[in-house]
Structures are given as structure tokens and as C-alpha cells.
Design a protein around this ligand. Structure first.
Ligand SMILES: [Ca+2]
Ligand SMILES: [Ca+2]
Ligand SMILES: [Ca+2]
Ligand SMILES: [Ca+2]
Length: 211
């Protein structure tokens, strides 16, 4: 009987209590996590990682001098002598036909693309057919071109292929020379080529500029 009374008293207390609580949030008192986008200068070269294209190497930064090493030293997006170049190239030629020499002169368009050393270049000459026997000896178009070659320096000599729209082709020794990286970031290329064969002499010369 004593047990019954104790139980009855306890249950009446619990049933009438309201346990709900209003929670008041104060956002100013909540600590925000530190921003993860905060820029740092890991290599301590004076440039934050947003402007420094290699924040682990103090020799690479926007104030560095571009040198030939397959790396973008000065963070301008251009590696060494990379780029697209174009310009005018002069072509002169002398060809023998039935024992008689005929001379030709033409202004041609040159272009060169270099990306991480891989280079394609061509000179396209649309021949002025009013020149005597141009149709027989040169054809409507002569190109001097090289494809998929890799440049390892600022000057370079290699055989390019001279091809006529008439169907013949022959190699020409071509030398190209970039202007100094330290002077103008290598924005100019000088091109000279010579072909000296039994029936045809041809030379090309001119400058291409970074576009
Ligand atoms: Ca840095
Ligand atoms: Ca750096
Ligand atoms: Ca470089
Ligand atoms: Ca560069």
C-alpha cells in the first residue's frame, strides 16, 4: 500500500511541467572559420601566389628575366620564344630554261608558330605571272615550309622544303634568328634561306614579328 501512494504522487508532478525553451541566437557571438582563400607568398619573392606563377620558386616571378629554359620565368604566359609570328619575306630567283636564265622577284607572306619548342613555319609566294616564263619555271604558287620541328635555341638552321604548285619540290637551307629575350622578349625573327641548284637559284629574306 505504501508503494502505491508514492507512485501516484510522482506521476502527477511530471505531467504538468512545460519544458519548452526559447533559444535566442546572437550571430555576432559565433566565431567564423578563417578564410581559406587568403593568399600567401610561400617562396618569399615578394609576389603573392595569385600573381606568382610558381610560388615555390623565388627565381620565377613577374619581375624575373625570361631565359631559354622551357619555363615561363616572368609569368607573362609566354615560354621562351613561343608565339605566333608573321611578316613579309622577299624572294628572288633565277631559273634556267633552254639555256637562258630568267629572274623573278616576289614579296611573300611568312608565318611561324612555336609552342614549347614545337615549331611549324611557312613562306607562301603567290607568283606574279606577268614575269616572263613564270608559269613554266615557278608555277602559280611557291611555298617554303618546315613542319613539326623542335627548336632548342634562339637561332636555328635547317632544310625547309620548297614546293611549287607545278608539282616539283627541292630543299632550301634556311637560317632563323630570334631577337634577344632580354631586349624585346624575342618578338622578332629574322629569316634567310638559300637554294643553289643546277637549274634554279632562289633566296628568301625578311622579318617576322610576334602577333
Ligand atoms: Ca611568391
Ligand atoms: Ca615565385
Ligand atoms: Ca624561359
Ligand atoms: Ca614568359
Amino acid at each position: 500500500m505504501i508503494f502505491f501512494v508514492f507512485f501516484a504522487c510522482r506521476s502527477s508532478k511530471v505531467s504538468v511541467e512545460d519544458t519548452s525553451v526559447d533559444v535566442i541566437e546572437d550571430s555576432s557571438s559565433i566565431e567564423q572559420p578563417e578564410s581559406s582563400s587568403e593568399l600567401v607568398d610561400i617562396d618569399e619573392d615578394g609576389f603573392l601566389e595569385g600573381d606568382d606563377c610558381d610560388d615555390w620558386d623565388p627565381d620565377i616571378n613577374p619581375n624575373a628575366v625570361e631565359i631559354f629554359d622551357y619555363i615561363d620565368n616572368n609569368c607573362d604566359g609566354i615560354i621562351d620564344y613561343d608565339g605566333t609570328f608573321s611578316g613579309s619575306i622577299s624572294m628572288v630567283a633565277t631559273a634556267i630554261y633552254e639555256g637562258v636564265p630568267y629572274s623573278f622577284s616576289q614579296t611573300c607572306s611568312g608565318s611561324l608558330e612555336r609552342e614549347r619548342g614545337a615549331t611549324n613555319a611557312q613562306i607562301v609566294c603567290t607568283i606574279d605571272m606577268s614575269q616572263e616564263n613564270a608559269d613554266i619555271l615557278l608555277g602559280n604558287e611557291v611555298t617554303v615550309a618546315v613542319e613539326s620541328t623542335t627548336l632548342h635555341d634562339s637561332s636555328w638552321q635547317e632544310d625547309w622544303m620548297v614546293t611549287s604548285s607545278d608539282g616539283w619540290d627541292t630543299p632550301m637551307a634556311v637560317e632563323i634568328q630570334w631577337s634577344e629575350l632580354q631586349v624585346d622578349l624575342g618578338e622578332k625573327i629574322h629569316i634567310e634561306g638559300d637554294l643553289d641548284s643546277f637549274s634554279l637559284d632562289m633566296s628568301v629574306e625578311g622579318d617576322l614579328y610576334r602577333e
